[in-house]
Ligand binder design. Structure first.
Ligand code: ADP
Length: 396
C-alpha cells in the first residue's frame, strides 16, 4: 500500500511517499515558503532532486504540486493518484485527548483544535495540512500520529508540576513530552536489535537532534521523558535552554528591560549550545571549533553531554535499572564525542564503550564492550516510517 506521510508547518510541508509493503521510500521532498512565494523540492527514489519555483498561496496548492509531481509522466513514481491509499499526518500536540494514533474525522479535527492552546505554533499548521488533503484528496483515509501520544502512559507523579494544582485542572498545565513517534520507534527497534523482550525491558532512548529529549521506556511504555508542557524543558538543545531556574527569567527581564515575549525568544532561539558557544547550534561546527581550541565550544559540548548523563541517571532510578541505552537523531547518530562524554559518567552502571565501534558510522550498532553490563547502541530514528506503520496498522 502507498502511504503519503506529511509533516506540515505554518509555511512548509515535508512529505514522503512510502510503499508500506516494502517500506521503501518512493519519493521525498519539501514545499517551502508557502504563502510567500513557493519553492518545491522533490526527489524520486534513485533520481535527481528537482527544485521548482511554484506559486503556493496556501497549503492546498502545495499539496496539489506534490501530487502532480508524484504522478508526473516523466519523473513521477506512481501512475495514478488512486494508488495513494492513505495519508499519515504528524500532529504535534494531542494533549490528554490522544494516547494513540487515530483515523481523522470531524470529531478528531475538533479535538485537535482544542489542543491548539498547548501548541499554538504547530497544531493550527497541522490542521491546515489535514484540511488541504481533505480538499484535494477527498475520500482518502487520513490518520493523525501525535508527538505526545507515546508519553501518555507517564504516571501522574512524572507529569504533574510542583505548581498550584488548579493550573492543571483549569488549563491542563502538565508535562506531555514530545518526539513520541521517535521514542516509540527507537525503543521497539532497540529491543528487536538486541533480542530483548520489549514487554520485559528497561530502555533509555536519547533522541539528540536540534531539539533533543530523553525517555525512560519500561516494558514498552514511556514512563518519563525530559520535555514538558512545551519542548523547552529538559536537555540543553541547539538553541533551547532546557531546564533552568525559572527565576532567571525575572532576573534577565529586569536587568535588560525585556518583556515576556523577548525572554521566551531568548530561551527558545538564542540559548542552548548556540547561545553558550557563540559558534553554532550545529554539532559539526561545535566539535570542529572545540578541536581547534575554542573554549566556549568546548563548554557547550561539556554542558550538553553532562545534562544527557544526568537524565540517563535519573531514568535509571525511575526504572530501577536499565538494560539498554539507545542514541538516535542527528547528534545521537553522528556525534561520537557526545556519546563518549555522556557515557564517561556511567561507569557506575558497569558501562564501558568500545571506542572503535563508537567511532564507526554504521546503522544499528552496539557501541559498548561485550562485558559492559548495559548495552549502549546507535539506532537511527525514522519518524516517517513510524508514521507510515501507524497509519497502515489503523486502516488494515
Ligand atoms: P531536527 O530534526 O531536530 O532538526 P536532527 O535530528 O536532524 O534535528 O539533528 C540535526 C543536528 O544533528 C544538527 O544540528 C547537527 O548538530 C547534528 N549532526 C551532527 N553530525 C551530523 C551529520 N553528519 N549529519 C546530520 N546532522 C549531524
Amino acid at each position: 500500500m502507498k502511504v503519503l506521510v506529511i509533516n506540515c508547518g505554518s509555511s512548509s510541508l515535508k512529505y514522503q511517499l512510502i510503499d508500506s509493503d516494502t517500506e521503501e521510500v518512493l519519493a521525498v521532498g519539501l514545499c517551502e515558503r508557502i504563502g510567500i512565494d513557493g519553492r518545491f523540492k522533490y526527489k524520486p527514489e534513485g533520481g535527481e532532486e528537482l527544485v521548482i519555483e511554484s506559486a503556493m498561496p496556501t497549503h492546498k496548492e502545495a499539496i496539489k504540486v506534490v501530487l502532480d509531481a508524484l504522478a508526473h509522466e516523466e519523473y513521477g513514481v506512481i501512475k495514478s493518484l488512486s494508488e495513494i491509499k492513505a495519508v499519515g499526518h504528524r500532529v504535534v500536540h494531542g494533549g490528554e485527548k490522544f494516547a494513540s494514533s487515530v483515523i481523522i474525522n470531524d470529531e478528531v479535527m475538533k479535538a485537535i483544535e482544542e489542543c491548539n492552546d498547548l501548541a499554538p505554533l504547530h497544531n493550527p499548521a497541522n490542521l491546515i495540512g489535514i484540511n488541504a488533503c481533505s480538499a484535494i484528496m477527498p475520500g482518502v483515509v487520513q490518520v493523525a500520529v501525535f508527538d505526545t501520544a507515546f508519553h501518555q502512559t507517564m504516571p501522574r507523579k512524572a507529569y504533574i508540576y510542583g505548581i498550584p494544582y488548579g493550573y492543571y485542572e483549569k488549563y491542563k498545565i502538565r508535562r506531555y513530552g514530545f518526539h513520541g513517534t521517535s521514542h516509540s520507534y527507537v525503543s521497539k527497534e532497540t529491543a528487536k536489535f538486541l533480542g530483548l523482550d520489549i514487554n520485559n525491558s528497561k530502555i533509555i532512548v536519547c533522541h539528540l537532534g536540534n531539539g533533543a529529549s530523553i525517555s525512560a521506556v519500561l516494558n514498552g511504555e514511556s514512563i518519563d521523558t525530559s520535555m514538558g508542557l512545551t519542548p523547552l524543558e529538559g536537555l540543553v538543545m541547539g538553541t533551547r535552554c532546557g531546564d533552568i531556574d525559572p527565576a532567571i527569567m525575572e532576573f534577565i527581564a529586569k536587568k535588560e528591560n525585556l518583556d515576556i515575549n523577548q525572554i521566551m525568544h531568548i530561551l527558545n532561539k538564542e540559548s542552548g549550545v548556540e547561545g553558550l558557544s557563540a559558534v553554532s547550534s550545529d554539532f559539526r561546527d561545535l566539535t570542529a571549533a572545540a578541536e581547534e581550541g575554542n573554549e566556549r565550544a568546548q563548554i557547550a559540548l561539556e554542558v550538553f553531554s553532562y545534562r544527557v548523563a544526568k537524565y540517563i541517571g535519573a531514568y535509571v532510578a525511575a526504572m530501577n535499572g536499565v538494560d539498554a541505552i539507545a542514541f538516535t537523531a542527528g547528534i545521537g547518530e553522528n556525534t561520537h564525542e557526545v556519546r563518549t562524554m555522556a557515557c564517561s559518567y556511567l561507569g557506575y552502571l558497569g558501562i564501558t564503550l568500545d571506542e572503535k565501534e563508537n567511532m564507526r558510522r554504521k546503522e544499528n550498532v552496539v557501541i559498548s564492550t561485550p562485558d559492559s553490563k548495559v548495552k549502549v547502541c546507535i539506532i537511527p530514528t525514522n519518524e516517517e516510517l513510524a508514521i507510515c506503520r501507524e497509519t497502515v496498522a489503523l486502516i488494515k
